[in-house]
Design a binder for this molecule. Structure first.
Ligand code: FEO
Length: 172
């Protein structure tokens, strides 16, 4: 089967979005590291790697259909944040944008009766539910544990334990 030009463009744009998420999480990790939030830094370094694997999944899928993707240039991400909470809010917003883009691709695949791409995207639909929940849970912690030094330290420890925990595969 062959990708329609519209589907191919959407997948290509998604490659750029995942690459940009990877870069942006790398910048967040680096900010956390220099600010002294080591647990959060570990979390975002891992998150950055994860986004790269998402990008690669799409590259391999497009290649498997004999339709070479264009590897995009990536804009430099923001590298300074007002606070850890502000950083997590930015991460959640970025995941919400990714979810919207994935849902748009699902709609295109449905409209075009492109069953292969539709099936391929199912993993991403489930993954996005997990991704948004992860960041929402972290944001809740600021209300639960507080925003003073002790609270932030607890949140940083929570992120360290999350970074050490194996990620559940949404397909499993
Ligand atoms: Fe690949 Fe977090 O979206």
């Amino acid at each position: 089967m062959k990708l329609s030009p519209k589907m191919k463009k959407a997948l290509n744009d998604q490659i750029a979005l995942e690459a940009s998420a990877s870069n942006s999480y790398l910048a967040m990790a680096s900010w956390c590291e220099v600010t002294g939030y080591q647990g959060s830094a570990n979390y975002f370094y891992a998150q950055s790697d994860e986004e790269r694997t998402h990008m690669l999944k799409i590259v391999h899928f497009v290649n498997s259909l004999g339709s070479a993707p264009t590897i995009p240039a990536i804009k430099a991400p923001t590298s300074s944040y007002k606070s850890l909470e502000n950083l997590i809010k930015t991460a959640l917003k970025s995941e919400q944008a990714v979810t919207a883009a994935i849902h748009k691709m699902v709609e295109i695949s449905q409209k075009e009766k492109d069953h292969s791409t539709y099936a391929f995207l199912e993993w991403f639909v489930n993954e996005q539910v997990q991704e948004e929940t992860k960041f929402e849970t972290i944001l809740q912690k600021f209300d639960l544990l507080g925003r003073d030094k002790l609270g932030i330290n607890e949140i940083d420890k929570y992120l360290a334990s999350e970074a050490a925990a194996p990620e559940a595969d949404p397909a499993a």
